[in-house]
Design a protein. Structure first.
Length: 328
């Protein structure tokens, strides 16, 4: 079974019922999520050996996070148990002209304070085919940034393909901080993923989808994928993506979906997972991109962070079956 490794922080997600405002009712649903955790879950559902690296506190909430991952098929045996608290985020679902909102409560989390030196990289990357991380991870502090850089170097030394989702979060660091930390990391990256805003804020490139080859020219990754979201409202979005392959000088455009949003959190993560899976499975760049866009379109119809869909479901949508008719 093909091994894919991801590194990042899993968090407790607290959300009000349906489309209510935060604490409109005196209740919150508790689930788990986080950028790389979402990728790990998707890859496990696609049938890969999905290894997730994080740090959680050695108490019941930390164990519940591990259990949530394990139930989705993710390997959790490398997870370290250190520190005192699990990061939390509050997610309020938007609708129509009211946007979704996220509030983070992750300062001094187990991951941000414990991840540096927590893993034996040589052991982790034994037989690993792929490594994925996002820009959220180095933004969490000096220790997390050091761990990200060490993991990237170890992955390349082990011969693994490396993907990096730029994933800019303005609540975690400034554009100047992001560029200073992230631009040097791209020397170790084969596939970079982001949206047009990420390219501007993290790489300092004010470009549109058709100019994405500049990322390869200026920073080196051979593959560059950009997701394209058309926000008609919080409820209705257009969704597509483009891919640049520097090895063949090929620019590929995906199909476009009009998505009625149920939960847009995790859309980019499910796109990354779909693209990783498609490339590992030997699909052509065009087919891998179509698979990734279909997977991420499906995710936006599912509540919570995790994309609980199978390869067969994604391929059915990618092949053109987008009617949504009942399957009997």
């Amino acid at each position: 079974m093909t091994r894919v490794v991801t590194l990042g922080e899993i968090m407790l997600r607290l959300s009000p019922p349906g489309f209510e405002r935060l604490l409109q009712s005196p209740m919150l649903s508790a689930t788990f999520g986080g950028a790389e955790a979402n990728v790990a879950v998707s890859l496990a559902h696609f049938g890969l050996e999905s290894v997730y690296l994080t740090c959680v506190p050695a108490h019941a909430v930390g164990q519940a996070a591990i259990g949530a991952l394990a139930r989705e098929g993710v390997r959790t045996d490398f997870i370290c148990r250190r520190g005192e608290r699990l990061g939390i985020y509050f997610a309020e679902a938007g609708a129509s002209q009211r946007p979704s909102t996220v509030i983070y409560d992750r300062a001094r989390s187990s991951f941000s304070e414990s991840v540096a030196g927590a893993f034996n990289w040589a052991e982790v990357f034994t037989q690993a085919r792929w490594f994925h991380v996002s820009g959220v991870t180095p933004a969490l502090g000096p220790g997390a940034a050091q761990a990200t850089a060490a993991a990237l170097r170890a992955a390349k030394e082990a011969g693994a393909t490396v993907s990096l989702d730029l994933n800019y979060r303005h609540t975690l660091w400034t554009e100047a901080e992001a560029q200073a930390a992230m631009r040097p990391l791209l020397a170790h990256v084969d596939l970079v993923i982001g949206n047009e805003e990420d390219l501007q804020r993290v790489l300092g490139l004010a470009i549109t989808g058709v100019d994405i080859q500049r990322v390869s020219v200026e920073f080196g990754p051979r593959l560059v994928a950009v997701t394209l979201r058309e926000s008609v409202s919080a409820s209705d979005n257009g969704w597509s993506a483009v891919l640049w392959n520097a090895q063949t000088s090929t620019f590929t455009e995906s199909q476009r979906y009009s998505v009625r949003i149920v939960d847009r959190i995790g859309a980019g993560d499910s796109f990354a997972a779909g693209l990783i899976y498609g490339l590992i499975a030997g699909k052509s760049p065009d087919a891998a991109l179509r698979f990734a866009v279909a997977a991420s379109a499906l995710k936006q119809t599912i509540p919570g962070d995790f994309n609980r869909v199978s390869v067969a479901e994604v391929e059915q949508l990618a092949a053109g079956n987008a009617s949504g008719r009942v399957q009997r």
